[in-house]
Design a protein around this ligand. Structure first.
Ligand code: ADP
Length: 345
């Protein structure tokens, strides 16, 4: 068996959330517009002179984009490679309330509102159903949360139990005691998603915080076995709903809460540092080990993974500063290169 290697930049997309009912009725101005599907234009509010800034990405989804449009463009190229033994990661990044969870999960039961995750599973199961008889597949799911630099299993009976990160030369970095569930139908997937999402909410309330402060990582592993050649391929896909990227001061945290907030945002700021270090040619030290998130997702940035990020923004003039922060962050991410290797027969 030979190895095939390629270099691929992280593909970065932007999605603009439509105004909600309140925003729509408040007379707020929209400061974000999309040009030619790949440039996003932001106009600074309340300035005498029009100040416009434009950023280019793989694709920008305007407010009329459907869940299926986003799924097809962002996820399908990665899911197809999963069966060939490639690893993948899709990040949802952005300020709270801009549509990260909507984009990743959406409504698991109503078709037009289904997000990337349920659509990925439908895709996997339909590929398996048309595969030839020589092939057999095993699809497993894990679902964890990182909150306040603590890792919890969202699918465990006791979702409050803290889990440890370990490393072994043969398997790499992993979470000790994280449960993996085999799935073979959308019913089994929806059961797991519902259980996990409920645990995310419960855990957060107990910790006196919003789920927007936690990072959720759902990982799907697909093992494809060819019985006639006796070979197997193994691909792993991480689907990451990141904590809200807004600055802490916005939540008016003080004292203990502010210190806690600093820790809560640690994974997100280390993610930014990892991206900067990867982009900055002059440094070779990448600080993956400085946070739980970057340790677990080390391969997704600068490693062996096909990676996409969807940066979510609000179009409202009130969110101008956060929108600019998100676009600047996303602009840097697109310079990150990944080094893909896969076994070929
Ligand atoms: P986040 O996960 O970034 O905090 P959510 O996904 O919870 O944000 O989205 C906030 C609200 O906006 C939810 O009520 C969600 O249904 C709605 N929403 C987000 N994006 C869209 C969209 N593209 N179309 C319609 N509603 C959306």
């Amino acid at each position: 068996m030979n190895k095939e290697s390629t270099v691929e930049n992280v593909r970065v997309f932007v999605r603009v959330r439509p105004f909600n009912f309140l925003e729509g009725n408040s007379g707020l101005r929209q400061v974000v517009s999309v040009e030619e599907n790949e440039a996003v234009l932001v106009t600074k509010p309340n300035t005498a002179k029009t100040y416009k800034k434009s950023y280019n990405f793989s694709k920008v989804f305007d407010i009329s984009a459907t869940q299926m449009d986003v799924y097809r463009t962002v996820a399908v190229p990665i899911v197809e490679k999963l069966f060939e033994g490639y690893n993948g990661t899709i990040f949802a990044y952005g300020q709270s309330g801009t549509g990260k969870t909507y984009t990743m999960i959406g409504d698991t039961l109503k078709d037009p509102q289904k997000g990337i995750i349920p659509n990925i599973f439908s895709h996997i199961f339909s590929e398996i159903s048309v595969a030839n008889n020589d092939m057999s597949y095993l699809v497993t799911v894990t679902y964890l949360e990182i909150y306040n630099e603590e890792v919890r299993d969202l699918l465990a009976d006791d979702a409050n139990k803290k889990l440890a990160i370990r490393e072994r030369t043969d398997v790499g970095v992993y979470v000790k005691d994280l449960l993996g569930f085999t799935v073979d139908s959308m019913e089994s997937v929806n059961d797991l998603l519902n259980r996990g999402n409920k645990n995310r909410a419960i855990g957060s309330t107990k910790l006196n915080a919003l789920s927007s402060r936690s990072h959720a990582i759902l990982t799907v592993a697909v093992e494809s076995k060819n019985k006639s050649t006796n070979t197997a391929k193994f691909g792993k896909l991480n689907l990451v709903d990141l904590a809200g990227s807004e600055r802490v001061s916005k939540s008016q945290a003080t004292g203990e809460r502010l210190r806690e907030a600093g820790k809560i945002n640690l994974s997100l700021s280390v993610l930014g540092n990892v991206i900067s270090a990867l982009v900055d040619q002059s440094t070779t030290h990448i600080p993956y080990r400085n946070s739980k998130l970057t340790r677990l997702l080390q391969d997704s940035l600068g490693g062996n993974s096909l990676t996409a990020m969807v940066a979510m923004v609000s179009a409202s003039e009130l969110d101008y500063d956060e929108t600019i922060n998100t676009l600047m962050y996303a602009d840097r991410v697109k310079q990150v290169k990944n080094y893909l290797t896969v076994n070929v027969e």
